[in-house]
Design a binder for this molecule. Structure first.
Ligand SMILES: Cc1cc2nc3c(=O)[nH]c(=O)nc-3n(C[C@H](O)[C@H](O)[C@H](O)COP(=O)(O)O)c2cc1C
Length: 342
């Protein structure tokens, strides 16, 4: 797939997720094989007003490139200036958030609110397009009612304004995450615009990627929640796309990825913040595995990245008893190993 001048190696894209798709997690997703990663949504106002906290969202690492930065806002001048900042810090692509339905964002006229204000949407996109050469995308929802008319209209406006691709999570703004994503709207957008269409919503397992491609004809597939704690979904989907059977990650793969995640987080956030953040993140990586609840209980007491790495090693290497996390034998570990590598 090509987005403007940017050619992607494969159709798989990590969805922007606030609080999750920070640099450390993006690196893991990238290592697992997705072609494009996206920052969490970044306030255009915050960027323009020089907020240090906001600018941190744009910190990147060469190995995650190409990187798409997503901004939200409603004022054409502010969005234009924010787009220039994104371009100046070296992002490879700019994405405009038309999907966020959080009350605070909607009240500002940003996110999904722009989908019911076509004139403002056009002004915002024209202002941005006139200011930057970066490939430009929009990420939208169905809109405010289920017919999909607002999405088709917004996609056409985007194309007319020079946007290079459109991503859609086909749930209405009021729906939140309830119900099912209506993939038929992805197919409808594909028929409505000539620019690439990226489908998103309810990819739960690697097979769903092929299913979405077949049912909708979409050019790219964006994966969000299913990748949390499971970046391997990208490698697995890629195997299927390339007509290879996929395998589940074995314990050493899980161990190494978890250690890298801690390492990247300490480097990115500094140790204190990383340790606080990783307490919840490590839980994702052990969810569903035997004795993970005892591991999780132990993790919350740890104070340094090294201690976390030791605990992770002990858990994954079957040294659970010695690591003071739980008191059980290695039989459980062998059974994980068998099922994980089957
Ligand atoms: C915790 C969380 C944070 C999210 N943050 C953003 C965001 O910052 N920008 C955005 O466009 N979408 C955001 N989304 C929506 C996702 O990008 C995606 O559209 C949605 O989760 C549906 O895809 P999925 O079914 O693969 O998860 C977020 C979703 C979740 C679960």
């Amino acid at each position: 797939m090509k987005i403007g001048d940017l050619a992607l190696n494969n159709p798989l894209i990590l969805a922007p997720m606030a609080g999750i798709t920070q640099l450390p997690f993006r690196r893991l997703a990238k290592e697992a094989g997705c072609a494009l990663v996206v920052t969490e949504m970044v306030s255009a106002n915050g960027l323009v007003h020089g907020s240090k906290k906001t600018s941190e969202f744009l910190i990147s690492h060469p190995c995650e490139r190409p990187l798409s930065a997503q901004i939200f806002g409603a004022d054409p001048d502010v969005m234009k200036e924010a787009a220039q900042i994104v371009e100046s810090v070296g992002a490879d692509l700019l994405d405009i958030n038309l999907g966020c339905s959080v009350r605070k964002i909607i009240r500002q006229g940003s996110g999904a609110a722009l989908m019911r204000e076509p004139d403002r949407l056009e002004a915002v996109l024209k202002a941005i397009r006139s200011a930057v050469d970066l490939p430009l995308t929009v990420k939208m929802r169905t809109g405010w009612e289920p017919s999909g008319q607002q999405a088709v209209k917004a996609a056409r406006i985007a194309e007319y304004c020079g946007v290079d691709a459109v991503a859609i999570h086909p749930r209405t703004a009021v729906q939140g995450f309830s119900g099912k994503a209506d993939w038929s709207l992805i197919a409808r957008l594909k028929e409505s615009v000539a620019i690439p269409v990226i489908g998103n919503g309810d990819i739960q397992q690697p097979e769903d990627v092929l299913k979405m491609q077949q049912e909708t004809g979409c050019d790219g597939v964006m994966i969000g929640r299913a990748s949390i704690g499971n970046p391997w979904i990208f490698a697995q989907a890629l195997d299927l796309i390339q007509s290879r059977p996929y395998r589940r990650p074995g314990p050493s793969e899980r161990l190494n990825a978890t250690l890298r995640y801690i390492d990247y987080s300490v480097n990115h956030f500094g140790e204190d913040r990383a340790v606080r953040i990783m307490r919840s993140r490590l839980c994702w990586f052990t969810k569903g595995l035997p004795h993970s609840s005892r591991f999780r209980a132990a993790i919350v007491r740890l104070k340094t990245g090294h201690d976390m790495m030791d605990a992770v090693r002990a858990y994954f290497q079957g040294e659970i008893r010695n690591a003071d996390i739980g008191n059980h034998g290695s039989r459980d570990w062998k059974s994980i190993r068998r099922s994980e590598t089957d």
